[in-house]
Write a protein that binds this ligand. Sequence first.
Ligand SMILES: C[S@@+](CC[C@H](N)C(=O)[O-])C[C@H]1O[C@@H](n2cnc3c(N)ncnc32)[C@H](O)[C@@H]1O
Length: 202
Amino acid sequence: MSSSIAWDERYAGGDFAFGEVANDFLRGQGFRLRPGMRALAVGDGEGRNGVWLAEQGLVATSVDWSAVGLAKAAALAARRDVALATVTADVARWDWPVAGFDVIAWIFVHLPPEDRALACAGAMRALAPGGLLLLECFTPAQEGRRSGGPKDPSLLWSRALVERHFAGLEVLELLDGTVALDEGPRHQGLAEVVRAVLRRPS
Ligand SMILES: C[S@@+](CC[C@H](N)C(=O)[O-])C[C@H]1O[C@@H](n2cnc3c(N)ncnc32)[C@H](O)[C@@H]1O
């Protein structure tokens, strides 16, 4: 699935494809977050992660190319009584705000290699000094598993890709392995992921 139209179709309807609860890994990084930080949830779909960041007191923005997903994100934020800015954009072509964010959450965003390089370069520009990049994505070991992830293997992440695309950031954590996902109907069961916590030097 690699178009905004396809994602709009996936998000049509009342259910939340990945649930309304924020990603486990992201919630586990809550101890690093402080109210007032400017946070960006990349490819945030229906907004579970952006809304959670807003609930922690951060100034949160969700960007995604699915207008249908972001409409649900805005509705979820309103229901939870928090402020969430939404931007409908292709992250490979978006004009990422330079040093605009103290936290960038990149949760299960899988892009074709050329777009991945463009979007990662944008994220690098957008990360303020001292800012954190928090990433969880599927790895090639996920191929064949039914617990989620892209069908096209070229979209999968790896530790090596994290190191290449985010070279220059300080590594606070960088792990790959098996985790149990329980995130809405689309992410259920054991899964193979890479998790990264990276920081731009001050
Ligand atoms: C697997 S979903 C994950 C959604 C969300 N991060 C979560 O964890 O609940 C991938 C998301 O990436 C978005 N996406 C994929 N390619 C994109 C692109 N080029 N620009 C913006 N968003 C994109 C999709 O619309 C979708 O919402």
